[in-house]
Structure formats: C-alpha cells, structure tokens
Design a protein around this ligand. Structure first.
Ligand code: NDP
Length: 685
C-alpha cells in the first residue's frame, strides 16, 4: 500500500494476523499545521480477548523458541529494513507538526534504539533461551545443595499504551526490549498521531521478519482489552497521570497482579550553577539547552525542561538571553525547511496548554511570548495548532505550588530564582519525582551537592559543562543504555537502561537444587556438578564436540624463589611483598615473600594450555579473577579447568567458551579462581 499524507484514509488495526478496519467511520485526525484530514481512526468490532490470545498462543511460543541471539538478529534486520524506508516516515511525520529535526528523534531515534538493543542482545546476552542472574548461591557446606537465579520470558503479552508525542520512538523503545526478552506485544498508539505508527507497523509486518503474533497493533480505543489481562501479561503506559492512574487501578490489573509500568507527567528541572555567571561557557550552554528543550517537538517531550532554576543574581540576564534566543525561533508549517518549530499536535492540545499556562500564571508572570497570538513565518495561523514559546518567571518559588505541579505540555518553561545550592535542590524536589534533571556547572563541589540531592528524585541527571559541550547527548534525550523513568509524579516506572529493560519482561526465579541438576537446568557448569575427564585435552575439541563439564586436571608445578625473582625483574614488578622478606612479614596478610598474582595466572596458563594449533582460536580475557590464598616459594600449584558455558554465535564459524579455572596448592586450598574466556571454532577444520 502506498501511503501519502495528502490522502485521508481509514486506519486499520493489525490483529489476529490480519489488517482490520473498525466497524465505524471513527474519529477524524487532522494535520497539525493545516487542519486537513489525514486519517480516521476506529477500533470498534475488534475482539480484544482474541487479540490477547493470539499473542499468547501464536507469538509467544514462536518468540520463545528463538535464542536471545536469534531475536537480536531479527531486531537488527528489522532496524535495517526500517531505515531503508525512513523517508516515507519522514513525509508522513510532517502532519504531526514535527520538523525534520523533531522527526529524526522520533524515527531514527526509534530505529536506533531498536538497533542498539539488537547489538546489546548479541554482545551482552548468551545465545540461549534462559538468562542467568547473579552468581551461584552455595546453600550447603558439602556443595550438594545450591541455588541460581534464572530469568525466563513471561508467557503473556506486553500491552504498550503510548503517548501521542513520539509515534515511532514511543513504540520502538518498548517493543525492542520486549521482543528481545521473547514476549509478544500489542501496541496501542495515541489516536492523534496513530497514522504514523500504523505506517511503521505496516512496513514491519511486510518485512516478514517477525513471527506471526509477535506484534499486533490497535488503532483506536482498546475497548475491553484490559478486562482480559492476566498474571503473565505486562501493561506499560505513557501519557497523562490521570489516565495512568485510572489504568493502574483497573480491576483485572489489580486482581491478577499484572506488571504495570507508568511514565506520566514530569516537571523536569534544569539548574544553573552558582559558578555559571553570565559570560561563562556554562551560562551560554544553559541558555542554548533550555531554548532547545522548549522548542524541540514544540516542547511536547516528556523530558523537556519545565522548570529553570537559576541563581537569583543571574535571573534577569538569563531571561533576557532566553527571550533573545526564543524570539529567533522560526515557527510555522514544518513542511517549510526553514521552520525550526512546528505546531502542537492538535488544536485541542493547544487549548490544553493554554489552560495550563493560565494555571501557572497563579504563581508566575509571563516574561516572554504571547500564548494567544502566535506569530508564524509560514502556514495558516488560524488552521494550525501554533503556539509561541512562553517563558514565565516565578519570583517566590519556595512558596509557590502551581509551578511545581502543573505540566504545560508545550513550549513553556518557568524561571525560578534560588540563592543556595540547598535551595536549588529543594526547588527541584518539589516536582515530586521527575524523569530527568540537568545541572550546568564547572564546580565539582556544586555538582556533588546538587546531583546527590537530586538523584533520589530522578531517573537520570545530566551534568553539563564546557568539557562535555561537544559530546553531550543533552538533557532531553533518553538513551537505550540509560534508565528512562522516574519516581513519584513521573510514574514510578523504569524503561530502557540497557539489558535491565529486557528483564522487565522476564520472571526472575530462584532455582534450588543439587548442582548436577541445576547445571542441567541452567546450561552452565557449577562447582559440585558432574565433570568428565577423558584422554583428549578439552582445547582439542571444537564446539561440535565440547560439552559443559568437560574437565582437565593439570600436572603440578612448584613455585621457587628464583621464579618470583625472575618474574619480578622480567616484568619490573618489584613490589616489596615479592622481594623483601622482612617487609613482607610485616604485612598483615603474608608470612614472608609471596608469588605475584599474575605469576600464578601465567603458570596456570602454562599448565592448562594445549599449545598446538586447534579449535581454540583466542583467549579474550578473564572474568572475576580473585587471588584467595598467598603462594610462598615451595608451594605446588595444580589447575582444574572445566568447560562452564558454551555460546555458539549464529553468524560466525566460532563461539565463546567460558572455562571455570581453579588453581589450588598442595593443601588443596584455592589460591586463585577465575573464568577464562576463549573463542573456539565450531568444527575442527
Ligand atoms: P492520555 O493519557 O490521554 O493518553 C495516553 C494514552 O492512553 C493514549 O494512547 C490514549 O489513547 C490512551 N488511553 C486514554 N484513555 C485510555 C483508557 N481508558 N484505556 C486505555 N487507554 C487509554 O495522554 P495524551 O497522549 O493525550 O497526552 C495528554 C497529556 O499527557 C499531555 O498533555 C501531557 O501532559 C501528558 N503526557 C506526558 C508524557 C510523559 O511521558 N510525561 C508523554 C505524553 C503526554 P487515545 O489517544 O486513543 O485516547
């Protein structure tokens, strides 16, 4: 289907493996700049119980049959396919009021998040279906009873209810970790901009990359869908606090303890440092950042700066500088390339923002911008939802309420003065929990005082200064690797944050049992589990032959004083504990000169390595290296090397093998313990 913004069309939902139009004509969705109809939306007639069942019965099993790496490869291919179609998304995105730069955040930012999860999935997760979490917990002295936490995908559906402001990113930032976890999704975009989400989902489905049932889309109301959610389902919500609270209290969500993640209103603050006087680089960076946050997406960003907390002495200069900058913002129809800020998403949204500005005016005066008379450089001022940036000033923020409570979801910020660092922190905290705050300072003490004061109330805190000006990703950009979410008013949810975001769709289970059976369940060898020692050195085995538990017990080697001195002079590490008997004795941990830890590791390699060319291609590191017992001259070392985990790559002729390496002395005391990480070929060829 060729989709053009100029042809209004009926949006369809993708449910039960088919594109379905609602039974009614539905609500008309208008271009934010021109008021022309773009699409109509309706979901009546859809059987939502059946939609959930389709995800659970069809999408879930198909996704769970894939490994993390297979799902990561699927996300990568999907991201690449979407990038090839990006111009089509940009073209339609203009109707939402987004400039090219705004659309970049939404479209390429969203696809970038998908690709980032694809890459993290391959690099940070095993090529397996179950994830291990944390270390083995020994629960008995004789190692007959241990425990391991595992994470397995929930067997329900993740229902993502999204806001209107990011029709692409809002979907992809949630879909990526969900699919990587192995859980199917139902996406419900906000109606106002659902036509762009619908287009992207069409392109996703057309790729054929996702198993059927992995992704469904509801355009329009979700009807009675929430009545049918169960304990294995997840519901995430982004939007207004009022709707979020209503959904969170839904009977089925409460009765079935359905995981509910909410991201709602957030009165994000930016703090200008006491050191950042007018004329400093930090002052200029601050002005730039606040103006940018007010105007990107016309301020319709959950992370936008709503409260500008500045030293009282600099407030006047700051207001002047901000007004200068905001006054130069070219506002108009974003199809005009010279426009820097488009309209709000709809006329209703503009009325909503104007009403909130009136609420804010209870505490603050308007010091820049006229909310009622937009001055635009292109487009039809009477048809589009245009609004100038509006700057307010609240002189007594310590006793004010509205400025800390009311979120005007548009190009609106309030400047509020402070005198001390404690006061700045106190003002920011009055937002009662936000997604993000930023602090612009070049003073380490101010940074420490303010960031530590803000941290418990925020999901992310960004420090801006001259040194990071070029590389900073900015106040308002959630990143796939960092937490997105905040406590209190911000909803109390957490999204993204790297692989942590994947775990939100998995169940953490403590599995207790005897190591042999635990090893079978987890696919990872652990102390106390069965081990096999056969005549063939495990380094001679390819991935096709190697098994978890294949073990080598090496010959022994006695460490001499000569060895220690040779190692010291050869490496230059002549630390007294290795070289000076008296000084070593005076050390509380040693009874005399000891071998270097790295000498032990080197001797261990000398004992366990099989030198001839073979399937082992490289040693790429060690994990969790600990030296547990000092080694004195005369001690005799032996190594137990056991194949612990095998991770074949899906797109290469090799994979990673993790070996448990235990070095003991003649008394069987463990002197060193670590994991050796190697690359091993899939076959012997
Ligand atoms: P809403 O809370 O009205 O809607 C958010 C999502 O919930 C939409 O997909 C909406 O669908 C859906 N929804 C609404 N009612 C129900 C229901 N009863 N059952 C199931 N789903 C429902 O927020 P908006 O998107 O309209 O934004 C309104 C305000 O929310 C903004 O002005 C802003 O203040 C705040 N907001 C905050 C964000 C943040 O992250 N901090 C992000 C976006 C908005 P539909 O559109 O079809 O009604």
């Amino acid at each position: 289907m060729n989709i053009m913004a100029s042809q209004p069309r009926r949006l369809e939902s993708y449910v039960g493996g088919a594109w379905v139009a609602g039974a009614k004509e539905g609500m008309s969705l208008l271009d934010a700049s021109t008021g022309a109809p773009v699409a109509s939306i309706d979901s009546s007639g859809i059987d939502f119980k059946q939609t959930l069942a389709h995800g659970r019965d069809k999408g879930g099993p198909a996704l769970r049959s894939m490994s993390f790496h297979e799902r990561a490869a699927m996300l990568k291919a999907l991201g690449q396919a979407l990038l090839e179609r990006k111009e089509e998304f940009y073209a339609l995105s203009t109707a939402t009021g987004a400039t090219r730069a705004d659309s970049w955040v939404d479209i390429e930012g969203g696809i970038g998040t998908l690709l980032s999860y694809a890459s993290k999935g391959r690099r940070e997760l095993p090529n397996a279906r179950v994830l291990l979490d944390g270390d083995v917990e020994q629960l008995s002295k004789d190692q007959s009873f241990s425990a391991q936490h595992i994470l397995s995908p929930l067997q329900g559906v993740a229902v993502h209810i999204n806001a209107f402001n990011f029709p692409c990113w809002g979907m992809l930032e949630k879909v990526a970790p969900t699919l990587l976890a192995g859980v199917p999704t139902i996406v419900k975009p906000a109606s106002q901009t659902a036509y762009l989400t619908e287009l992207m989902v069409r392109r996703i489905i057309e790729t054929g990359l996702l198993p059927e049932g992995a992704l469904q889309l509801v355009c329009g109301s979700v009807g009675d869908l929430l009545d049918h959610v169960e304990g294995q389902d997840v519901v995430t919500f982004t939007g207004s606090a009022a709707t979020g609270r209503r959904l969170k209290m839904h009977k089925a969500i409460i009765e079935n303890s359905v995981r509910f993640t909410m991201e709602a209103d957030s009165l994000n603050a930016a703090v200008l440092g006491l050191d950042a006087a007018p004329g400093t680089e930090e002052f200029d960076l601050f002005v730039k950042e606040v103006a940018r946050e007010m105007t990107v997406k016309a301020g319709q960003k959950c992370t936008a700066i709503r409260r500008v907390i500045a030293p009282r002495a600099y407030s006047e200069a700051l207001i002047g500088a901000l007004n200068d900058r905001l006054g130069k913002t070219a506002i108009g129809n974003p199809s005009d390339e010279t426009v820097r800020m488009g309209p709000l998403a709809s006329l209703d949204q503009r009325e909503e923002v104007r009403a909130r500005i009136r609420d804010l005016s209870a505490d603050a005066e308007i010091v820049g911008g006229d909310p009622d008379n937009p001055s635009i450089m292109s487009g039809d001022a009477s048809a589009g939802a245009f609004l100038n940036p509006v700057l307010l000033y609240c002189d007594k923020p310590g006793s004010a309420r509205a400025v800390h409570d009311v979120e005007a979801f548009g190009p609106v910020s309030t400047v509020m003065p402070y005198d001390t660092a404690e006061e700045a922190v106190d003002l920011a905290r009055r937002g009662k929990g936000s997604l993000v705050a930023s602090v612009f300072t070049n003073d380490p003490q101010f940074a420490e005082d303010v960031v530590l004061g803000l941290a418990p109330f925020h999901g992310r805190v960004m420090i801006g200064n001259r040194a990071s000006a070029k590389s900073s990703t900015g106040h308002g950009s959630p990143l796939p690797g960092l937490v997105h979410g905040g406590p209190g008013r911000a909803g109390g949810g957490e999204e993204l944050g790297g692989i942590r975001g994947v775990k939100h769709y998995m169940q953490r289970t403590a599995v207790q049992g005897t190591p042999r059976l635990l090893s079978a369940v987890t696919g990872r060898w652990m102390d106390g589990a069965d081990a096999r020692t056969d005549s063939e050195h495990p380094f001679r085995k390819s991935l096709a032959e190697l098994r978890i538990g294949d073990q080598l017990i090496t010959a022994t080697r006695t460490v001499t004083l000569d060895d220690i001195e040779h190692f010291a002079s050869f490496t230059g590490d002549t630390f007294y504990a290795h070289m000076d008997e008296e000084a070593a004795k005076a050390n509380p941990f040693f009874e005399g000169r000891v071998a270097h830890g790295y000498l032990i590791v080197s001797f261990a390699a000398g004992l366990f390595v099989d030198p001839a060319p073979g399937p082992v291609l490289a040693n790429y590191g060690v994990d969790n290296l600990r030296f547990l017992t000092p080694v004195n001259p005369g001690d005799t070392l032996e190594v137990q090397l056991t194949c612990k985990e095998i991770n074949p790559r899906i797109n290469a002729e090799h994979g990673e093998v993790r070996w448990d390496c235990k070095v003991t002395n003649q008394l069987d005391a463990v002197v060193a313990q670590y994991d050796v990480l190697t690359m091993v070929a899939k076959t012997r060829e």
